[in-house]
Design a protein around this ligand. Structure first.
Ligand code: BG6
Ligand code: MG
Length: 230
């Protein structure tokens, strides 16, 4: 745990910033399926474990990583075409999504935050984030949405989270980030925000704390982790 940053943290939480893919909905799996299909076509070995490194990482950087695994160099125009293909598959996979796809416990946790006057934002590297938010009817649940169309750099750069905090008008030190990606936790740390990893501690060893999901999580539990008054 990185105590240094949080020693400076105020004894309050004013905003929670959620990653989308793999935190609110299981679209992280659809991203993997898209990349796997592309890698298979290019005869590049690509595993779910390797995919952990791509979680949170923007589209073109993810493609560059996969091509690197196969030692393949391509002109920019061909890379664009491949990225478009993967994205078309991804859009096909998310077509049937609806509010039933929201992961267990997420909505009740967010409702609890609102009841305690804690603001809520979604910050995702994905350019498809708005589409997914609409499919699950989540516009009214959040005060800000920051996606990959709005920033120059995706995660692990802190730009997405800092923009979310500024849209909410909250100092980054009062924010908590929820992330399933190593790159997303890196971004939160660079933004000097508290952060909770969602998933396996093995992959999220840079996070302040790791939880398996929201079904047994509450605001009281969050405050207790940071030794804040409840
Ligand atoms: C992140 C996902 O949220 O968005 C990554 O974790 C994905 O897997 C990235 O590559 C970019 O998404 P998109 O939809 O713009 O290709
Ligand atoms: Mg994610």
């Amino acid at each position: 745990m990185d105590n240094f940053v949080h020693m400076k943290s105020p004894t309050d939480i004013k905003a929670c910033i959620f990653d989308l893919d793999g935190v609110i909905v299981d679209t992280a799996h659809f991203h993997f399926l898209g990349w796997k299909r592309l890698a298979d076509e290019l005869n590049i070995p690509f595993t779910e474990e390797e995919n952990e490194k791509l979680k949170g990482v923007p589209r073109m950087e993810s493609l560059a990583h996969i091509l690197g695994l196969g030692n393949i160099e391509l002109p920019e125009s061909e890379k664009r075409d491949l990225a478009i293909r993967k994205n078309e598959w991804y859009k096909e996979y998310i077509k049937g999504m609806d509010p039933d796809d929201i992961l267990p416990g997420v909505t009740s946790f967010i409702d609890e935050l609102h009841a305690s006057n804690i603001q809520v934002a979604i910050a995702s590297s994905s350019k498809n984030a708005g589409t997914v938010v609409d499919k699950i009817n989540y516009r009214d649940k959040i005060q800000a949405l920051v996606d990959g169309n709005m920033v120059k750099k995706g995660k692990p750069d802190p730009e997405l989270f800092l923009l979310a905090a500024s849209m909410l008008n909250v100092d980054p030190h009062f924010c908590v980030v929820f992330e399933d990606a190593y790159s997303g936790i890196e971004a939160a740390l660079k933004a000097e925000m508290r952060n909770i990893g969602i998933g396996e501690p093995e992959y999220l060893n840079n996070a302040d704390f790791v939880i398996p999901g929201f079904s047994k999580f509450s605001l009281t539990g969050l405050k207790q982790l940071y030794l804040l008054p409840v």
